[in-house]
Each structure stands twice: as C-alpha cells, then as structure tokens.
Design a protein around this ligand. Structure first.
Ligand SMILES: [Zn+2]
Length: 294
C-alpha cells in the first residue's frame, strides 16, 4: 500500500487526537516501525488506559508517565507481543500500579516454535481478554476485538460509543502488515479483515503511521491487494515450480530490498493459505519449492 508522507510528531510529546484519545510516539523508527511505535492514552478524566506501551526505553516510559500525570491507570493493554509493543508494559505497571490486561502471551511450550526473535517473551499479563471482553474507566469503555493473523494473539480495541478502533499492527496507515508463519497466518488475517468490515468504525488508530480515516474503504483496498498478491503468485507458478527466493524479487521489485526477507514471510503465508485451499502444492519434500496444484 502507498505510504502517506507526514511530518513525524515530536518524540515523547502527548498529542490530543480527540477528547478521549492522546498519542505518544516512541523513538524507535525503523523500516518496520515507520516513525516509531505510537502508544495511546485513553480517557479524559481521572482514569486512563494505556494501549501498546511500546519498547522498554527509559525516555518513552518517562514520556508516558508525564502524559498520564495524576490520572489512575486502570489498565495497560497490548495489541500483541512483538518487541516494539509490549516490553514497556511491566516497567510501566511497576511505576503506576496498573494491571497488564489484554492479549494472551504466546505459549511456546504448547504451541511449538510459533514465536520468533521478534516476540517479547517477558510479557506476563495479569488478565487475558477474550473477544468481546471490556475494560472500563471513568468515561470510557474499551472492548477487545480478536484479530489474529499478523500474530495469533492480536487484539484490536474499540473505544465504545466513539467509532474509534485501535488497530495495532493489523491495519496500519503506512504499510501492509507482515504476516510471518508459523505464528502469522494469512487465512486468519483475511478473516480478521473481513471481521473489521462488518463493524463500521469511524477511524482507526494504528500502532504505526497516520490514523486511517476511511476504514471501510481502506480495508477493502487491503483485501483487494492481498487477492492481487495471491493471483500474482499463481500466475508466476503457472510455467512451473518456483521458490520464495525467486518469487520475491519479481513480486516486490518496487520495494526496498531490505524489506524483501519480510516480504518473503508474507509470500510463504500466502502459499500456506493457497495450499490449504488446494490451489498450490509443495514439491515432494523439497521444502521451499512450490507449484500450482492439479
Ligand atoms: Zn507486530
């Protein structure tokens, strides 16, 4: 998706986006995080919640504490447990006395090697929210919207009565999300996009990049983009079997080569999804060698 050029706001400042929503940008810009992780402070009265406290960096945590001021923190919520989202949860909880509530930790023992180096293994929530569970503070209610795909434990949070949805890394204003198997799952991701389409939200506040002001149109665009990628893979496999390493440069010629390994993860996610649907098959035991099925 096209990225939108915006001037990055000053790192560490508390920006008021609407009556119940403030944003504090962490200084962790990268090709994967755009200008950095955006932590959100929700609530306008004596109580607030913090969504995606971000990386465990002293400056950022100090900026959050300053923005929180004298308000009571009713919950620290994470959308998922990638390194740029959840590591500040524990230190912020220690400083504010708040509970860490939200997405599930990944169970490495039970789920096998689902988590890779990008996961925060130090994440230990006090309470896990399921789809539809809510957290309430003075003047606001946040409801979890389960949106697996980018990660299996991804939650968005709806700010009830306002039409605002905190979309984490599921839908971002600057780039399509990376779906990296085995924890990332393209079938789940597409189903989670369809799920958002049924909601009719007014605005999305993602963890990276500008707010999405026409969510329905935007999500329809992402679904279309993924279907195009899928068709492109099927077309490129038409003449014979191929590898992800050979597909990526053809599919992502316009994309910064530094991002090609991540793009390769999303291509793998598409291939696994297509394999489940009987559209492609793996050549024998060759691993990364794929062909059109039948
Ligand atoms: Zn992520």
């Amino acid at each position: 998706m096209a990225s939108t050029a915006t001037t990055p706001p000053p790192y560490g400042a508390s920006e008021q986006l609407e009556p119940l929503v403030r944003r504090v940008l962490a200084r962790n810009p990268s090709p994967f995080t755009f200008t950095g992780t955006q932590s959100y402070i929700v609530g306008g009265g004596g109580e607030v919640a913090v969504i995606d406290p971000g990386p465990d960096e002293e400056d950022h945590i100090a900026a959050l504490v300053k923005a929180i001021g004298n308000a009571r923190v009713v919950a620290i919520l994470c959308t998922h447990t990638h390194h740029d989202h959840s590591p500040a949860a524990a230190p912020l909880a220690a400083l504010t006395g708040a509970k860490v509530v939200g997405c599930a930790p990944l169970s490495l023992v039970d789920d096998g090697p689902r988590a890779d180096a990008s996961f925060d293994t130090g994440y230990h929530p006090d309470h896990v929210l399921m789809d539809g569970d809510s957290v309430t503070g003075e003047g606001f209610t946040l409801t979890a919207v389960a949106t697996p795909g980018h990660t299996s434990n991804h939650l968005c949070y709806a700010l009830e009565g306002t039409g605002a949805l905190f979309s984490g890394d599921h839908v971002m204003g600057w780039s399509t999300t990376v779906v990296s198997p085995p924890d990332g799952d393209m079938s789940d991701y597409m189903a989670s996009l369809e799920k958002l389409q049924t909601r009719g939200d007014r605005i999305y506040y993602p963890a990276h990049g500008p707010a999405v002001t026409k969510p329905s149109q935007f999500v329809r665009g992402i679904i279309g983009h993924r279907r195009q990628r899928e068709n492109q893979i099927l077309r490129l496999l038409e003449p014979g079997s191929s590898t992800i390493a050979a597909l990526v440069p053809q599919m992502y010629a316009a994309v910064n080569p530094a991002l090609h390994p991540a793009a390769g993860r999303s291509v793998l996610a598409h291939l696994i999804d297509l394999e489940r649907r009987g559209r492609v098959r793996r050549e024998a035991d060759a691993g990364d060698l794929w062909a059109v099925a039948g």
